[in-house]
Ligand binder design. Structure first.
Ligand code: FES
Length: 155
């Protein structure tokens, strides 16, 4: 079904939780240098949110100019980058944000991921979070390709 399909090129990212759930994320509403927002892809033609597939859970954040590794440059649009939110250890949702330094943390067994160079900093996760290529269309964030790398538990 469309709700289970993986992110499709042209999908718009919407808030996965909170008061604005299912509404398009506005780039201007993303705080500089995090924290991230949890997101799902939405088909803009049908407004179907693809939230029935856990592996579609995304996290999107805005990095400061010059703060990230050159290897990410091709995947960052005006500072915005999108990762799979599914931990590569046992598949929990990476839902926690650490502010000093800015890191993404899995609540299950404490794997810590660096959003500025796409690496695992600590914990049992065997692989970094997969990047989902995006581009900006006006104030919205649009899927521009397939996940770069494996998504979900990898052990
Ligand atoms: Fe994320 Fe174990 S599932 S650290």
């Amino acid at each position: 079904t469309p709700e289970n399909a993986p992110p499709q090129v042209g999908d718009i990212l919407v808030y996965a939780i909170g008061a604005k759930m299912n509404q398009p994320i506005q780039v201007a509403d993303l705080p500089e240098a995090g924290p991230f927002q949890l997101a799902f892809p939405m088909d803009p033609k049908t407004s179907v949110v693809r939230n029935k597939q856990l592996n579609n859970t995304l996290l999107v954040l805005k990095l400061l100019p010059g703060s990230y590794d050159p290897k990410l440059v091709a995947h960052v649009a005006e500072g915005v980058v999108c990762y799979s939110a599914i931990c590569t250890h046992l598949g929990c949702t990476v839902s926690e944000w650490e502010s000093k330094p800015q890191m993404m943390r899995c609540p299950c067994h404490g794997s810590v991921f660096n959003p500025r160079d796409d690496t695992v900093v600590s914990g049992p996760a065997p692989l970094p979070l997969a990047i989902l290529p995006i581009r900006l269309e006006g104030s919205q964030i649009v899927v521009a390709g397939e996940f770069l790398g494996p998504v979900g538990a990898q052990v």
